[in-house]
Design a protein around this ligand. Structure first.
Ligand code: AMP
Ligand code: MG
Length: 408
């Protein structure tokens, strides 16, 4: 059976091979947080734009500073003002943080390092020439490349963009992602399930994953398991989305219609079934430029598939330079045995702890694909290769760090 399945690495490559980054749009600074910059940003300006004082104090010529010599204070310049005259030799000008340095001054002495009256100042301590001055362009020179395309805009980037006057930011569009659940057994989270029913956890959980990766989730909950209703829902979803994600109904049960319906609609099947646990019955199709992920219904499988395949794909689509979570090796602190030799790569939910010997990984308890609470604790997915049948305490395993931002 495993022979018919696509390997996780091939599945990821096949998906990424179909992804074309979306076009760009311009957004305001207040809307740009977390988005992927679509173009390099070169500064047209110097930052700071003019040489200014880094402290409240006195602007002087360094040559004029001598022990026990008072200088007359001949003026004052505040932030936002322009000094109306230069500094004459043998005098000082009171200056505030951020105020332009008067011509002729080469040093600022902070208030607390002086003795001073209203009209005089004296310098009891040695002062370095050029101290406490912020030179024009010392932070950003005109023409410098400040941010590269593909960067995820974090608060510091928003501040830098504002400082150089880039108020309309080119960012890559975000895909609209319909998240659909299928299953006659499903009821809403607010409802009390009747006999044989369970609450739909996939739509809320996956919508949250989609939002967390920066895309736009559109919930389409609880499509009943009839061929007609699955068909109608898929057509409706494709009208309003760039990406469709179905959950459930994608294996070979008597009431699993997703795969057949997609086939009838003429969707191109890129693969179906991955040698991946949890989450084997996973498929990927394209139709008229839209991407369709058929995700298994088991809640843990669903979330793991979204994390491992959908997230990198949508990040590529959203123009991010980094699409993959950090990976580190961790030492397993308990034994693990594959339930059976299934030829699948297993993704174990683990809790990580930094120890003196490096990173340590504990399993989060039951690894059943229905045990959603195992995802609550996990901060990583340990990847156990298909031909590994067991792991022992002290073995090293590669772990995807699912709580940290992508780094490659
Ligand atoms: P399926 O992939 O449709 O065969 O579903 C596999 C298992 O996942 C079944 O136990 C379903 O009841 C469960 N399941 C399917 N969809 C959901 C959902 N949206 N929320 C919670 N459990 C689900
Ligand atoms: Mg089902």
């Amino acid at each position: 059976m495993a022979a018919l399945m696509t390997t996780p690495a091939d599945a990821l490559d096949l998906i990424l091979g179909e992804i074309i980054p979306l076009p760009l749009e311009y957004v305001s600074l207040s809307e740009a947080s977390g988005r992927a910059l679509a173009e390099d940003i070169l500064s047209q300006e110097a930052v700071p734009p003019f040489t200014n004082s880094a402290m409240d104090g006195f602007a002087v010529r360094h040559l004029d500073i001598r022990p026990r010599i008072q200088l007359p204070v001949v003026g004052i310049v505040a932030a936002g003002q322009v000094p109306h005259r230069g500094l004459q030799a043998g005098s000082a000008i009171r200056i505030m943080t951020g105020a332009p340095l008067p011509a002729g001054a080469d040093t600022v002495v902070p208030l607390e390092h002086t003795r001073h009256g209203n009209h005089w100042v004296e310098f009891p301590h040695p002062v370095e020439r050029g101290a406490h001055i912020r030179w024009a362009g010392e932070d950003i020179a005109p023409g410098a490349r400040v941010l590269a395309a593909g960067t995820q805009l974090k608060p510091a980037a928003i501040g830098v963009l504002a400082s150089i006057g880039v108020a309309s930011i080119p960012v890559t569009l975000r895909p609209r992602v319909v998240v659909m659940s299928t299953g006659n057994e499903l009821v809403d989270a607010s409802q009390c399930p009747g006999p044989g029913q369970i609450r739909d956890s996939n739509v809320p959980g996956i919508c949250s994953q989609i939002a967390a990766m920066g895309a736009i989730p559109l919930a389409m909950p609880r499509i009943p398991d009839t061929k007609e209703q699955v068909l109608t829902a898929i057509l409706e979803a494709l009208e309003i989305s760039d990406v469709l994600m179905t959950t459930g109904g994608v294996s070979e049960g008597d009431f699993d219609f997703v795969k057949n319906v997609l086939g009838e609609l003429g969707a191109k099947q890129i693969f179906w079934r991955v040698a991946h646990r949890p989450g084997g019955p996973f498929g990927f199709w394209t139709l008229n430029g839209k991407l369709i992920f058929g995700i298994p219904g088991n809640p843990v499988s669903a979330m793991v598939m979204v994390e491992e395949y959908v997230r990198p794909a949508l990040r590529k689509m959203m123009g991010f330079r980094h699409c993959f979570r950090p990976q580190r090796n961790a030492i397993l602190v308990e034994n693990w045995k594959k339930p059976k030799a299934d030829g699948k790569t297993h993704f174990l939910r683990v809790v990580l702890q930094e120890g003196s010997q490096g990173l340590k990984a504990h399993l989060t308890g039951s690894q059943g694909s229905g045990v959603l609470s195992s995802m609550l604790l996990a901060d990583g997915l340990a990847v156990v290769e298909a031909d590994t049948l067991e792991l022992q305490i002290g073995d090293s395993v590669p772990v995807h760090l699912t709580e940290l931002p992508e780094d490659h």
